[in-house]
Design a protein around this ligand. Structure first.
Ligand code: FE2
Ligand code: FE2
Ligand code: FE2
Length: 475
């Protein structure tokens, strides 16, 4: 009947959702639908946790950025799933409950995988494909008219999960060779078994009671590593030999070379995801909107780092000549508590808002006639305004009064020991002045003769605190 039914003047029926035939099929009951949605919610939440936990100590820069991106996407989908579940006669929500013990072990195994290669195989070889299948199955199984709101969020989620999968596959192709795959095959088989024992990610499959999967890497609970690591393109991570802010705010220098310092400042924002990941991982029991907002900010900071990278690439300058240190994330992650770290971040980001902050950088970029720098500074500024709000929403609200919040941030930063001299003494760095080489390279690309005064610039962070007391270091 449904197949033969025609709409008025053959107009697209049913609001354009589907055909009569599709709308008349049997679908998932509310109970079944909610139970599946809770599993996608759980999967996105665990994936968010896995990505975030491995941003800091993952040495490969591209993966750090990829994990930051995917953590953000997962945080958004957790939110969407949660919102949909609340619409389905489901109080109390029970969203903190683990939907299936084998699913829990499945994700515990992946977060605890000891190498980058195994982690990638677990995430992009098993978890994401299982999630992709589950979301596709939802669209196939549910009634598109009755469950239209779930169809919509699953469709959006699927779109990004497919992109995550394509990214992950490319990473696996580039980084994981056959011997590594063969070595990992027993563990991967165990992961597949865990999924089967959970009735698949969506719980819709029959479970064979005879089979048992085991804990392997998750026998001892996962421990977050707060020490940032970088790959070989960051050869001097303690180098604090070039003070970008002192140059940027010196009016005697022209805007053009300042764009180089701003690209350096942007690229150095790589240390903010490294630090923010530690706050997120080590601050339990917050509402999901906290993790969602903080992860959005984390992703913005990663984007700012990549804007710096693109700025250098666009100029034809090798960014490996810029010594991007990790002193800030290392010091904060190892010396301060999560709330103290948040206090420092808040203090810095509030400092970006006056005229000497983000507006100034944008004006310099415009004056420099580098349109890419102007574009990036424009968005960097807008993002930092959002971050100041996130700081007010989640840090200030916890501390109370605005003045107290700023003072506490200043105090926390002041007690962090960033020991310029000791690092040099210990042979960790010479604080080599890499600026003249970078500037010369850029002048060559610009086809101009280097300015002697700019070339001679040699102010380090030895005597001037990174924020010049009021100007931000890591903005
Ligand atoms: Fe920020
Ligand atoms: Fe920033
Ligand atoms: Fe920024």
């Amino acid at each position: 009947m449904a197949k033969q039914h025609r709409s008025y003047k053959n107009l697209p029926p049913l609001g354009g959702i589907c055909s009569f035939e599709e709308a008349a099929k049997s679908g998932l009951s509310i109970d079944n639908c909610v139970s599946r949605l809770k599993r996608y919610h759980y999967a996105f939440k665990r994936l968010h946790g896995i990505f975030t936990a491995h941003i800091t100590a993952e040495p490969i820069y591209e993966l750090k950025m990829g994990f930051s991106h995917h953590a953000h996407l997962c945080a958004e989908h957790v939110n969407a799933m949660k919102t949909r579940i609340t619409e389905m006669r489901e109080p109390p929500l029970g969203l903190d409950k683990v939907p299936n013990p084998n699913l829990e072990i499945f994700f515990d195994e992946i977060i605890g995988a000891p190498t980058t290669e195994e982690r990638l195989l677990g995430i992009y070889g098993k978890a994401i494909p299982a999630l992709q299948d589950a979301l596709q199955r939802h669209l196939d199984d549910t009634n598109p008219l009755a469950d239209s709101p779930s169809v919509r969020i699953c469709t959006f989620a699927l779109l990004e999960v497919k992109e995550m999968q394509a990214y992950g596959q490319a990473c696996l192709d580039a980084l994981v060779d056959d011997p590594t795959r063969i070595k990992a095959s027993a563990w991967l088989q165990n992961l597949a078994q865990l999924l089967a024992d959970a009735g698949d990610l969506n719980g819709a499959q029959k479970v064979d009671p005879q089979t048992v999967a085991n804990r392997c890497y998750s026998k001892t609970p996962y421990q977050y590593d707060p020490k940032p690591k970088r790959d070989e393109r960051f050869p001097d991570p303690y180098n604090m030999g070039v003070n970008a802010e002192a140059f940027l705010y010196d009016e005697s220098f022209a805007p053009e070379p300042k764009t180089l310092m701003m690209f350096y400042k942007r690229l150095r924002e790589i240390d903010v995801p490294e630090m923010m990941a530690s706050i997120i991982v080590e601050t339990p029991n917050k509402p999901w909107s906290y993790y969602r907002d903080m992860t959005r900010q984390l992703w913005d900071e990663a984007r700012h780092a990549m804007m710096g990278e693109v700025g250098f690439v666009d100029l034809g300058v090798d960014w490996r000549k810029v010594m991007v240190n990790f002193t800030w994330s290392l010091a904060l992650n190892t010396q301060l508590t999560p709330i103290e770290r948040h206090a420092v971040l808040y203090y810095i980001e509030q400092g970006l808002m006056p005229k000497t902050g983000k507006r100034f950088e944008w004006e310099v970029a415009q004056a420099s006639k580098n349109p890419l720098s102007a574009l990036f500074q424009d968005y960097d500024w807008a993002d930092e305004v959002l971050h100041a709000k996130i700081g007010r929403d989640w840090y200030l609200s916890e501390i109370g009064a605005p003045k107290k919040a700023v003072d506490y941030g200043d105090e926390c930063w002041s007690k962090v020991l960033i020991d310029w001299g000791k690092w040099k003494q210990d042979g960790l760095t010479d604080h080599r002045n890499w600026w003249p080489e970078l500037y010369r390279d850029a002048c060559e690309q610009w086809g101009i003769k280097p300015d002697d005064k700019v070339l001679r610039y040699h102010t380090t962070y030895e005597a001037i605190r990174a924020d010049l007391k009021t100007i931000s270091a890591s903005g």
